[in-house]
Design a protein around this ligand. Structure first.
Ligand code: AHR
Length: 506
């Protein structure tokens, strides 16, 4: 007898939260070919008058990315933002220490803001708390958000940008717990600096939202004490704490790899508990929210990157972190999106790291087109159909153990109800590599809803990849796999598949 099963119940009363659309954010760092050769490549046939590749812009628009973190990442911890503004011909070239590259400063805050406008996205700006501090952060905020009449706002105007950028979300440094970070700090040192910087920034613009650095990953020896110490210092002055995580199929064990989203879930729960511990200790009313501002699969490029950074001469936009994503990576990205949505009551922002060329859903050929990696699709589907209210699916499913995890659900689900459009979407991954599993959905709270499509991403080869010339891994519509009768929807989830099951009120 087949013991594998999955059952969910959908009711509009089972609400996790209204989803903050910034959960579908992404990230562009001055790293490798993300900026130079990615978003910006004057001379490319698709470049517009400002040098922005329109093939990239149209894919970013298709993804409907609500917010993009900029300019780093590790890059920001040795960045002089002043080098990137003013007449381009006067901007210095700099040694960029984080990625051992030469930074030509052809793109800076104003150019990136123009790109963001064209892409239809907002900027999440990070400040340098590595080599610099309160001063540089305040000057940058004044430059970006103050209307006029002061040194830095007038400097922006003299640079041809009369209107302030009004950037709302600001990251107080990046991964300051990491010894690799230029200007790495202890939790105590960073917590004090984050607090003082936050207070000063709020004097300049009380409307900003501020993100303090959490741990770089759960493997850091200081995790999760880091979060507790930083928040004990900065609880009152910040709004979010950041989380970062990257996974890789280093054991070459797909079943185990697909369980890493359970690790992500544990990470979220631990950080929520840590925030709430500090809240209780401080007798605070305010709740700290989570900004999962770096998440993805990252490991394919490890060997190539150590060669480039270890042995090659300094250069502009070297090929770095150019992971070629395969089908199983797309499944894990789908699972991670489900995990973020399941915790969207506390995870208000998240950034798929990154957007173009660097651990990215979008790749570019120097003399050719922009193209979609496998991970593009789950990200697209979630961003397209995951707007509205996240619903707890009251999921019950058979389970399995893997090399590193126990009690892993064979099927993972979350549902999103778009109450305005009266649409309901179930995101589901069948983690079983061998068998189809029927997902039974009790639609008790959604009488009158009918199936509109069942999109699936599946492939018999877990290592299949896409390229500029061949899209091997692409979604298709399979409504014949679903049966809806008497309020019960039965959907066949093929082995190892990402499914987007869409319904609409008739
Ligand atoms: O996204 C790539 C790098 O990963 C970022 O620069 C850093 O913050 C993280 O370690």
């Amino acid at each position: 007898m087949d013991k594998k099963f999955a059952r969910i119940t959908l009711d509009s009363e089972f609400q996790i939260s209204r989803i903050d659309e910034r959960i579908y954010g992404s990230f562009v760092e001055h790293l490798g070919r993300a900026v130079y050769g990615g978003v910006y490549q004057p001379g490319h046939p698709s470049a517009d008058g400002e040098g922005f590749r329109q093939d990239v812009l149209s894919l970013v628009r298709e993804l409907n990315v609500p917010i993009v973190r900029y300019p780093g990442g590790n890059f920001v911890s040795n960045y002089f933002w002043e080098d990137g503004v003013g007449p381009v011909e006067q901007r210095p070239r700099r040694l960029e220490l984080a990625w051992r590259s030469t930074e030509p400063n052809l793109i800076g805050v104003n150019e990136f803001a123009r790109w963001a406008k064209k892409a239809g996205t907002d900027m999440m700006m990070a400040v340098n708390l590595g080599t610099r501090g309160i001063d540089a952060a305040c000057n940058l905020l004044e430059y970006c958000n103050h209307p006029s009449g002061t040194k830095y706002s007038d400097m922006r105007i003299s640079h041809g940008v009369p209107e302030p950028h009004n950037i709302k979300t600001w990251c107080l440094g990046n991964e300051m717990d990491g010894p690799w970070q230029v200007g790495h700090k202890t939790a105590q040192e960073y917590g004090r600096l984050a607090d003082e910087t936050a207070k000063a920034l709020r004097q300049i613009d009380p409307t900003v939202e501020l993100v303090a650095c959490g741990s770089s990953n759960t493997g850091m020896p200081s995790y999760p004490q880091w979060e507790a110490t930083v928040l004990e210092e900065a609880y009152n002055s910040v709004d979010y704490i950041s989380l970062h995580t990257y996974y890789g199929n280093r054991l070459n064990d797909t079943t185990n790899f697909l369980a890493y989203s359970d690790d992500m879930e544990r990470f979220i729960k631990t950080v929520v508990s840590t925030c709430d511990f500090v809240k209780a200790k401080r007798r605070a009313k305010k709740e700290i929210m989570l900004s999962f501002d770096e998440w993805n699969v990252w490991f394919h490029s490890d060997a190539a990157d150590s060669d480039t950074m270890g042995n090659r001469p300094w250069s502009v936009a070297p090929h770095l972190l150019e992971d070629k994503y395969n089908f199983e990576d797309a499944l894990l990205v789908g699972l991670m999106l489900i995990t973020l949505l399941k915790h969207s009551d506390r995870v208000r922002m998240a950034c798929l790291a990154q957007l173009v060329n660097v651990i990215a859903p979008i790749m570019t050929e120097e003399n050719g087109p922009a193209w979609k990696q496998t991970i593009y699709y789950p990200y697209l589907h979630a961003s397209q159909y995951g707007r509205g209210i996240a619903l707890n699916t009251a999921q019950r499913a058979s389970r399995h153990d893997t090399k590193e995890f126990t009690d892993v659900s064979d099927v993972e689900t979350v549902a999103v109800w778009n109450d305005e459009k009266e649409e309901l979407t179930v995101f589901a991954v069948n983690r079983d590599l061998e068998d189809s599993i029927t997902l039974e959905t009790d639609l008790r709270g959604f009488a009158g809803y009918t199936l509109t499509e069942h999109i699936v991403l599946e492939h018999e080869n877990f290592k299949a990849v896409n390229s500029a010339t061949h899209e091997d891994v692409a979604p298709k519509n399979v409504p014949e796999r679903d049966e809806l009768a008497g309020g019960l929807l039965k959907s066949r989830l093929s082995p190892a598949s990402w499914n987007v099951i869409r319904l609409k009120k008739a």
